[in-house]
Design a protein around this ligand. Sequence first.
Ligand code: AMP
Length: 288
Amino acid sequence: MKVITTVAELQEMLQTTNKNVVLVPTMGALHEGHLSLVKLATSQENSFVIVSIFVNPTQFGKNEDFDKYPRILDADIEQLNSLEVLPDVVFAPVTAEVYPEGLPERLEPRAGAVGSVFEGVARPGHFDGMLHVVSWFFRTVKPKIAVFGAKDAQQLYLIRRMVHREFADAITIIEAPTVRAASGLALSSRNRFLSEMGQATAPIIYANLKFVEVEIMLGEKPSVALARARAALEGLALAKLDYLALVDKSSFKPIDDSFQGEVILLVAIVYEGVRLIDNITFTIQEPA
Ligand code: AMP
């Protein structure tokens, strides 16, 4: 596994292989969730796996945790080195490699309407910054395949759309299932900011998602199941619920009670001051 930091070195590395380049984009502070993406990448046939680590300034708002975001490259490399099958390259560019002319005034491509709902409300501009940098990585690394986590459902939706619109579907996107602690809490680099009490009680978030799924499966109206879970999450002393919503997986638009098909149940909650997101996917079928 080679660790490189410049585009020049990357281009040299890319010339040494005619295997299928598989990209796993991350912001570092790796945990088992990220490692599962890397394992999926190395399990692809004839793959040349590049894990990128870059904390992208343009996807953080002014009052967000860009400065506080954990940067622990040595520990990340150690974790990757402990995998049974190692990735070929860790690409960890500094900001000036990605933005040689300074941070751009206009971010492209734009996330549009889907970028301004849910996460986009709390984090204006976040998805424009995210798409801009993922597009840069796609153009620079030229992967055949890229792996993203289902954990960031809105991000995944927008990336798939970008690959269709801007890259003529030339990159295959693999969706990796969300890795959870045994408690059900979705792994996140931000979980380290939770207290012991927070870590022990935050699994209530996932439990409520599963309650909504089960209730709908049992014939409850989606709006009623949602309202019940919303009330439960709003009643938590440690938390402030941002949104709990059911969207159509194919359009990312909220569904009504007559909807049938694949849905994503999304939640964002500020737990002990830490913003956590999670989601589950399931299918709403015609009542028997
Ligand atoms: P990040 O470093 O947070 O930008 O995440 C990098 C990639 O890891 C994204 O595609 C995330 O969706 C994915 N990811 C983050 N947490 C998890 C998790 N718990 N399970 C699976 N994938 C994850």
